[in-house]
Design a protein around this ligand. Structure first.
Ligand SMILES: Cc1ncc(C[n+]2csc(CCOP(=O)(O)OP(=O)(O)O)c2C)c(N)n1
Ligand SMILES: [Mg+2]
Length: 433
């Protein structure tokens, strides 16, 4: 379909073409469907390895199948795989997918107008909302930055998004983070951190702590195909496997890491094949198929929670937008590529067709929702923009429980300076609270 940039993992590998990994390095590994998380390794220890007199430099070959539930028209392939969720939950996911689009549009433009400093869209990866629904509210979640849908589905509001992006006095990060670095203690959503992959070992550690607590809660950790090339990814998977941590490692393989296509990112069978090397149950999923993501996450959650073991999920999707407001993707991929994905495999239209077939959605509701969302997003932006900035003293707080003597002196010095040049430092724009 895309001649210029071929992905290492063609998204829609024909079922007949897709083969299992049977290379002797891997033994026979993994998962073909729900409730079938298997992890059978030929080699448990050196002593157990079967002997051979054949000298072979083995390589794993083949492509792991991609679990899917719905076709491009939103029709369920096998009715047994259709999840049972309430109408309320099903509709809330669709509304959140639309909300992502509206927030992305408005905030992208706001950055272009110089009203916020930076933005990253989640275009094309909206189906992720269902992974949030599949978790328990008490599970812990680590994200990378392109998981706005997960935040919304867990209860992060449009106002929360705006307050964070505008770094105003209601921003929970108190103005200390770039836009899109969301976080919520209440919703157990760890704050996004800019250095790639740092969240992955943290999630392994949190999984270990949850196991010790023994409440059956798990950790969900999202990251990109590019982040999976960091050493932290490998350290985290090994740690989670050896320490038996109930952590779900969720890779959004969207075909690019800024301008680096997946074809240049790795040479194996994507990210999922790495799970086998660490002894981790793994599954590849169609990342634009909302129900496949839901089922896979639910099964992974059950497995992690009951077995106290990690799981690796690789979701195949496509980054439709530019990497960020600092990027112009037309310089490294044809514009048509993104347009084709939006037209031929759009997670929102796929899911909308399912909802309509169910009789839970229609054109009229769709139009109403879009108008309401547009208004809600614009009103929220205008409120957030008018709000005062955080108190400047927040530059010094929250590192130590109590301010140290030298920090107190620095605050006093700063106060003197800003009082002397109030216009230069625009001190009236900051809250005194
Ligand atoms: C340690 C580190 N190296 C490099 C970067 C710069 N950087 C930011 S995002 C990114 C690409 C990440 O791609 P991927 O993990 O595939 O996520 P995607 O943007 O595709 O969602 C890079 C290289 C960084 N933030 N941190
Ligand atoms: Mg990527």
């Amino acid at each position: 379909m895309f001649s210029t940039v071929t992905r290492a993992q063609p998204k829609f590998v024909c079922a007949k073409m897709a083969t299992r990994i049977t290379g002797s390095l891997f033994g026979s590994v993994y998962v073909t469907g729900l409730q079938k998380f298997k992890n059978t390794f030929a080699t448990k220890s050196f002593g157990d390895a079967p002997r051979t007199d054949k000298l072979t430099l083995a390589t794993a070959s083949g492509t792991m199948s991609m679990y899917s539930v719905m076709d491009a028209n939103g029709v369920i392939n096998n009715k047994e795989n259709e999840p049972t969720v309430s109408k309320e939950d099903a509709v809330s996911m669709y509304k959140n997918m639309l909300a992502i689009n509206h927030l992305d549009q408005v905030l992208y433009e706001a950055q272009r107008q110089g009203r916020i400093s930076f933005y990253m869209t989640s275009h094309g990866e909206e189906a992720l909302v269902s992974t949030a629904l599949a978790l328990d509210p008490n599970d812990y979640v680590y994200t990378q930055y392109r998981e706005l849908g997960v935040f919304l589905q867990r209860g992060y509001t449009i106002d929360d998004v705006m307050n964070q992006c505008f770094s105003n006095k209601y921003d929970p990060a108190k103005g200390r983070q770039m836009p899109v670095h969301y976080g919520s203690k209440k919703l157990k959503l760890m704050t996004v951190s800019s250095p790639l992959a740092t969240q992955i070992p943290q999630a392994a550690g949190t999984g270990y702590a949850l196991k010790r607590e023994g409440n059956g809660n798990v950790v969900m950790c999202y990251f990109g195909d590019g982040a999976a090339s960091e050493g932290d990814f490998h350290a985290a998977l090994n740690m989670a496997a050896t320490l038996s941590c109930p952590t779900i490692f969720f890779c959004r393989n969207n075909g690019y890491a800024i301008s680096t296509p997946s074809t240049e990112q790795y040479k194996g069978d994507g990210i999922v094949s790495r799970g086998a090397g660490y002894g981790i149950a793994s599954i590849r999923v169609d990342g634009n198929d909302l129900w496949a993501l839901y089922n896979a996450t639910k099964a992974a959650r059950d497995y992690a929670s009951t077995q106290n073991k990690p799981v690796l999920i690789e979701a195949m999707t496509y980054r439709v937008g530019h990497h960020s407001t600092s990027d112009d993707s037309t310089s490294y991929r044809p514009k048509k590529e993104a347009e084709d994905w939006t037209r031929k495999d759009n997670p929102i239209t796929r899911y909308r067709r399912w909802l309509e077939d169910k009789g839970w959605w229609n054109n009229e509701l769709d139009n109403q929702e879009r108008v309401a969302l547009r208004r809600a997003v614009l009103e929220s932006l205008s409120r957030a923009e008018k709000c005062k900035k955080p108190n400047i003293n927040y530059m010094f707080t929250d590192v130590y429980d109590e301010l140290t003597q030298n920090l107190k002196e620095e605050i006093a010095e700063m106060q003197q300076l800003v009082n002397k040049y109030p216009d230069y430092y625009k001190i009236n724009e900051h809250s005194r609270e």
